[in-house]
Design a protein. Structure first.
Length: 32
């Protein structure tokens, strides 16, 4: 992860996206 390159504002914007992706992956694994 390039958190060092990302600014604080960008990091805040990426956090929810990462969380959403994690949930999607969990659902995908559940289906499989």
């Amino acid at each position: 992860m390039n958190s060092t390159v990302v600014t604080d504002v960008d990091e805040n914007n990426l956090n929810p996206k990462i969380n959403g992706e994690e949930i999607e992956f969990e659902l995908e694994l559940d289906e499989e």
